[in-house]
Design a protein around this ligand. Structure first.
Ligand code: CA
Length: 221
C-alpha cells in the first residue's frame, strides 16, 4: 500500500515516515501544498495524510482541487489546532477522517488502516484468503496459524493483493503501489517476488492470469 504524506514540519514528517515504513507501507513525502497536490494528481495512492497548514497551497485547497478533479483516494487530514472549524472545513473539502495534533502514532496508523480497509471494501483488520492470514495491525502473515517470514517488498506485494482479493491486478498496478516515486521500477522483478511469495506460503492462492497479471483466490476465510 502506497501512502502520500504532505506535511511541512520536518520532524513530524520524519516520525510519520518511519512509522509508516515500519508498518510496511511505501511512502512518498511532500513538504508543501503544491508538490503534494502534484503527486496526488499524478501518482496512484492508497491513502493520503494531509496537513491543513501548508506553504504555497493550504491543505483544504489541495483537497478541494483533487476532489473536483475526481480523485477519490481516502484522505486523512491533520489539523494543528483543536478547532472545530478546521475539521468542518477539511471534511467539507472531501476529507474522510481527521486527526488533531499532537497525536499518538498508533492512532494515526489505526485510522489509516481503517481508511484503506474501507476503500478496499474490507471489514476486518485481519485479511484472510483460505489458510493465509495477513494482520494489518501487526504486519504479520500466517498460513494455518504458522508465521511466515516475508521481506518488506514481499509483504507489500501480498498486502496489496490481499486488499484486492478476486481482482485481476496487473504488474504495472503492483509496481505503482509497492514502490515509491524515486524507485527505479522494473515490473519484471514483480514476477520474482510473486514466485518467492508462492514458495514461502506453500499454498497456491496467487494465480497468474496470462497477459493480464495476478489474481488472489476469492475464498471466504
Ligand atoms: Ca503545517
Amino acid at each position: 500500500m502506497r501512502i502520500l504524506l504532505v506535511e511541512d514540519d520536518d520532524d513530524l514528517s520524519r516520525q510519520i515516515r518511519r512509522a509508516l515504513d515500519d508498518a510496511g507501507y511505501t511512502v512518498d513525502a511532500a513538504e508543501d501544498g503544491e508538490e503534494g497536490h502534484f503527486l496526488g494528481d499524478t501518482e496512484p495512492y492508497d491513502a493520503v495524510i494531509l496537513d491543513l497548514g501548508l506553504p504555497i497551497m493550504d491543505g483544504a485547497s489541495v483537497l478541494k482541487k483533487w476532489r473536483s478533479d475526481g480523485k477519490v483516494m481516502p484522505v486523512l487530514i491533520l489539523t494543528a489546532r483543536d478547532s472545530w472549524t478546521d475539521k468542518v472545513e477539511g471534511l467539507d473539502a472531501g476529507a474522510d477522517d481527521y486527526l488533531t495534533k499532537p497525536f499518538k502514532m498508533e492512532e494515526l496508523l489505526a485510522r489509516l488502516r481503517a481508511l484503506i480497509r474501507r476503500a478496499a471494501g474490507q471489514a476486518s483488520a485481519q485479511l484472510e484468503c483460505g489458510p493465509v492470514m495477513l494482520d494489518t495491525r501487526s504486519s504479520r502473515v500466517t498460513v494455518d496459524g504458522s508465521p511466515i517470514k516475508l521481506t518488506a517488498q514481499e509483504f507489500k506485494l501480498l498486502a496489496y493483493m490481499m486488499h484486492h482479493t478476486g481482482k485481476v491486478v496487473s504488474r504495472t498496478e503492483l509496481t505503482e503501489h509497492i514502490y515509491d516515486q524515486d524507485f527505479d521500477r522494473d515490473s519484471n522483478t514483480i514476477e520474482v517476488f510473486v514466485n518467492r511469495i508462492r514458495k514461502k506460503l506453500g499454498v497456491n492462492i496467487l494465480h497468474t492470469v496470462r497477459g493480464l497479471g495476478y489474481q488472489l483466490d476469492m475464498i471466504e476465510g
